[in-house]
Design a protein. Structure first.
Ligand SMILES: Cc1cc2nc3c(=O)[nH]c(=O)nc-3n(C[C@H](O)[C@H](O)[C@H](O)COP(=O)(O)OP(=O)(O)OC[C@H]3O[C@@H](n4cnc5c(N)ncnc54)[C@H](O)[C@@H]3O)c2cc1C
Ligand SMILES: Cc1cc2nc3c(=O)[nH]c(=O)nc-3n(C[C@H](O)[C@H](O)[C@H](O)COP(=O)(O)OP(=O)(O)OC[C@H]3O[C@@H](n4cnc5c(N)ncnc54)[C@H](O)[C@@H]3O)c2cc1C
Ligand SMILES: Cc1cc2nc3c(=O)[nH]c(=O)nc-3n(C[C@H](O)[C@H](O)[C@H](O)COP(=O)(O)O)c2cc1C
Ligand SMILES: Cc1cc2nc3c(=O)[nH]c(=O)nc-3n(C[C@H](O)[C@H](O)[C@H](O)COP(=O)(O)O)c2cc1C
Ligand code: FES
Ligand code: FES
Lengths: 303, 256, 303, 256
């Protein structure tokens, strides 16, 4: 029988499609629903130390080929997230706890709690383009990132992944720093810093003015990052950005991704996107006589 | 996609309840909603009380954004995105539509869409006469429209749920549509179960993205914006959080 | 009468729409045709010291919302470009000579020739994402960019503009270096580094593997860069990226652009895009009682 | 948008001339072309010799990419993007279609599209019998098909331009369609001018983007990919570079 199972840094996933952070990931019940819809694993909303309201609305702009969002990292904070994890775990798929913080110590504290709550891995959000003091503001400096990875690795026994930003020319340097510090995987990409302006209102639409571009518009950027990362580091890569079909997943895997995440397509295509993609992947594997998806990871690098 | 449009007409539909008709058209199903951006203020969900030719909403003043909306004048600009959500299913043979207060906003396009005065009855309720809206539109589209107010200032005195319960006992319906405050929805659901009539309820939760992404509007695992806002009675019966708690801006549970 | 005239670093443009570099800009006749189609000014293909064939095909990938290209900076070289400029000048609109080089001395040589040929200004391509040793490889380092600007400014009397890349977190630092060195304007953005993969062929589609994303997909990125640049430097900004309609131009101008460039839309919409945009701008100005487009530059920054 | 497809059928249409029919359908107008990607080799422009149900091209071996294409076998993969270009205008009453060698590739779908055997005549020419293609398709769609070869090995001996000239003198046409080597196009244009018959010519230049962006395919200011490949006789008469020079990969002028 064809299996879509993949191994991601030691975690077994029933299929390579993970829910991306920030989409339906704030509450246990919504995470559970995504598991039921067929996702191979779940990444939580990026959780911080304290509850945060996020930015006032508008927090989202819809474009023909994607979204620009500036939610502002809303979330209940790590304490309250315990009960959400309890519920989410009923989905019986690995849960990756996404975390944001400004300094290594806070990342360590958060990661420890996430491990206690039963997370299968940690994803460090070093890449949010629109929250002051967090995310990409720390994620563009290889040294700072190395320090964070070292600290978090020292504090937990589960795999630690770093989610990186494409908004820098230093992506590969940062990724090498993650690998050197013992990080277990790279997740790429987070959103591309962008903006939308209303001509009638003569002002930026988003409350935060700038936000992050996601969806099909950024697929080419994500593919390029994954392809370049595959050539630069040996740890596994998780591809994210504009994935809406099994073909998109195959492109990412051929570029070098061991697994993928899906965010915007949940809004644009609906929750059925997970099962539809898995169906398409299975068909592809049968047609091409593959026994494991591992066989296609990185094949686009051969010449 | 954001549609930048202007207020074409402003109608005071009731006390503290204002209808805004926009220049932009909006092809939508009854029960769907739009995210309304008031530049410099906020962006909030509003049911479409008018669909087709010109989009229209009916807003009750409850806080900063609804106040700003209510004060808009013809020519003022707003941004609309949508329509979002599923809307009502209107294929039942005999429908009772129940609206509480501004809950009539998503109900009235459904009543009009049935397109057969004999197939749909309407129960309208509010605290007092000033808050009864769309009674005339309802009478134009239905041959049995009844009204209640808490203080008896217009129509029967009592709650709209009591009225709906009486109507269900008096006539045979095979579908109830309901929209109002969550406590009204809760009792209406109870009445429907007791009278063994299936129902659909339009629910509300805090909305940010409106597009099924952020998860801020969930009741249990269901997104009001993308899986609702209209849910079947069975779905609502299965909701642990319905009538009990909601989520705040940070995603923390708050008691209702 | 309504006029669309704008001033860009001392150059008078009959309207704010310039042809972007690399599109129909390699031959004098094609530049002339774009002038006849209504463009307010022309930017030439980026010209180097020697003739270059560019990359073999495929050099272009078409996407629903844009293109990914890796032409590889083909061009006849600065000597042979003299006769093309002679022809292009017949269009009677300002011609901005785009140049690429690896070191300041070469930029200086090229700029001197372009001035001799009659260019109204120089645009330095410090931003091409796919030509080894050129473009963005030099354009992400504020110091190196400052040196180039200083040298070129010392060699010519016409305005010198720097075209910058969004593929870095240092955009504003680079722009400030341009301003400090006496640069006359910033042009933003060049393409966003991206890639496309063919599942059937199991390889990148472009010969060069990676390329640059342009068109509507990057409009939000360009708007963000222009908006941020407007807050960071006082010299004028030329907005580029995904412009296809007068509304797009208005968004860019409100974000802070004094003029705009149009590239991909020439392929997607045809040459009529210039006159259509100008028509739309005129209508907007009449409806909003503007006497000069200058009145809307940067208005999205007011609160 | 790149369509990844496979060769469905391979037909040797003549000596060194191969027709490839692909799995993918292609809705196109006669005279349009596609960019054909042969992975690992090149991407080159090819007229569509078959449109509709399955896309097809007819390729003459002249260099690396055309050789690779000719050697493809059923099941092999190519990428297609397009269709690009304007295609022929076919509204004239009496048409003479003139194809030289593989120049028949964009001509034959036009002949078939006229859909009236009496409205279109065809003149086919080539160096020798082996290079005459699509004669049968032409006969099926036209009641007057004539053939010439340089060496007289099939049909009349002589050039297709001489044949076309004779046909123009013999019958009345109000449009000539022509495609072949540039020297043939040049003399055909001359003959049409002399006989006072309007014409359309499909031209070729080096193509990179195929999409009207890069400018590598220009003749004077006109892009063969986006403004052509079919140009009117008047347009061609106005071209200083036609028949004289073309541009190389670097955009430098090269004598023809
Ligand atoms: C799908 C949907 C359709 C809606 N349709 C309409 C409509 O047609 N007409 C109308 O008047 N209102 C409608 N609402 C409710 C409306 O969106 C809120 O009243 C509005 O967002 C309040 O904003 P505010 O800034 O004025 O008040 P705030 O200052 O935000 O709050 C004032 C009070 O209203 C409560 N509140 C805030 N947001 C909501 C919410 N989303 N749901 C329930 N209570 C809330 C607060 O808890 C507080 O008690 C709808 C809501 C949803 C989710
Ligand atoms: C719109 C268009 C439609 C075409 N349709 C067909 C077709 O239906 N069938 C067909 O066989 N060919 C067609 N061609 C020509 C075909 O694209 C070239 O023969 C091919 O690109 C040569 O590639 P190569 O690598 O095999 O040869 P190369 O090694 O590149 O060159 C071999 C020889 O061909 C010449 N050449 C190369 N490219 C071109 C070109 N684009 N135009 C003219 N001469 C060129 C070279 O100068 C050289 O003499 C078409 C060209 C265009 C522009
Ligand atoms: C509404 C929204 C919220 C997001 N929130 C987060 C977040 O909290 N943490 C994070 O690492 N990424 C966040 N992202 C980025 C996504 O996880 C993902 O990296 C990006 O959207 C690209 O993938 P996509 O094109 O599939 O959406 C968010 C994206 C969206 C659209
Ligand atoms: C085919 C192509 C070739 C390009 N060549 C150049 C170039 O030589 N120099 C340059 O500075 N920019 C070049 N660009 C970038 C454009 O000038 C422009 O910055 C970018 O495409 C974004 O604008 P658009 O969305 O309007 O195309 C090229 C773009 C395309 C599509
Ligand atoms: S409001 Fe964001 S998911 Fe419903
Ligand atoms: S091939 Fe690029 S413009 Fe024609």
């Amino acid at each position: 029988m064809t299996t879509l199972e993949v191994d991601l840094a030691g975690i077994r996933l029933r299929n390579p499609t993970l829910l991306a952070s920030g989409v339906m990931g704030e509450t246990g019940d919504s995470l559970l629903r995504v598991a039921e819809a067929g996702a191979g694993g779940l990444v939580t909303k990026s959780i911080g130390l304290e509850p945060r309201k996020g930015y006032p609305n508008p927090t989202l702009v819809e474009l023909p080929d994607g979204y620009i969002n500036a939610m502002g990292l809303p979330g209940p904070g790590i304490e309250a997230f315990a009960e959400e994890m309890e519920v989410a775990k009923k989905g019986n798929v690995p849960i990756i706890g996404s975390l944001f913080a400004a300094v290594p110590e806070d990342f360590t504290t958060l990661a420890g709690k996430m491990e206690d709550y039963g997370a299968a891995a940690i994803e460090l959000n070093l890449s949010c383009p629109h929250a002051k003091g967090y995310g990409m503001e720390v994620g563009i400096d290889p040294e700072a990132v190395g320090t964070i990875i070292t600290s978090v690795k020292g504090a937990v026994t589960i795999p630690v992944m770093a989610k990186l930003t494409p908004n820098t020319h230093r992506l590969l340097d940062v990724a090498r720093a993650v690998e050197a510090a013992g990080g277990d995987a790279i997740v790429a990409i987070n959103t591309v810093k962008a903006m939308a302006i209303s001509v009638e209102a003569r002002r930026p639409i988003l409350y935060n003015r700038t936000g992050g571009l996601s969806g099909p518009a950024v697929k080419g950027v994500g593919l390029r990052c994954v392809y370049e990362l595959h050539g630069a580091v040996k740890i596994p890569i998780v591809g994210v950005g504009g994935i809406e079909s099994s073909r998109d997943v195959l492109e990412y895997m051929m570029a070098g991704a061991s697994a993928v995440q899906i965010g915007s397509a949940v809004g644009r295509r609906g929750l059925k996107v997970f099962s539809e993609i898995c169906h398409g992947l299975t068909e592809y594997m049968i047609a091409n006589k593959h026994r494991s998806l591992k066989e296609i990871v990185g094949v686009a690098h051969a010449r | 996609m954001l549609v930048e449009t202007r207020v074409r007409e402003r109608i005071e539909s009731g006390k503290g309840i204002t209808t805004l008709i926009f220049e932009a058209p909006m092809a939508a199903r009854p029960g769907q909603f739009v995210m309304v951006w008031i530049p410099g203020v906020d962006e909030i969900p509003m049911s479409l009380s008018h669909i087709g030719g010109h989009a229209g909403i009916t807003v009750k003043e409850v806080g900063e954004a609804t106040l700003a909306l209510s004060n808009l004048r013809p020519g003022d600009m707003v941004g609309l995105r949508g329509p979002y959500g599923n809307g009502w299913k209107l294929d039942a043979k005999r429908i009772l539509a129940v609206g509480g207060g501004v809950g009539m906003a998503p109900i009235i396009p459904a009543v009009e869409a049935v397109g057969d005065r004999g197939r749909v009855d309407v129960a309208i309720g509010a605290r007092n006469a000033g808050e009864i809206i769309f009674e005339e539109r309802a009478r134009a589209a239905s041959s049995d429209v009844r009204v209640t107010t808490d203080d008896g200032s217009h129509g029967l005195k009592g709650t709209v749920v009591a009225l709906a319960d009486a109507m269900m006992k008096e006539k045979r319906y095979d579908m109830v549509l309901g929209c109002g405050p969550e406590v009204m929805n809760r009792f209406l659901l109870k009445a429907c179960v007791e009278n063994n009539v299936p129902c659909q309820l339009s629910l509300e939760r805090l909305m940010k993205c409106g597009s099924g992404l952020c998860g801020s509007c969930v009741i249990d695992g269901l997104r009001v914006c993308a899986d609702g806002p209209v849910f079947t009675g069975e779905q609502v019966l299965g909701m642990k959080e319905f009538g009990k708690c909601k989520r705040d801006d940070a995603g923390l549970r708050v008691k209702l």
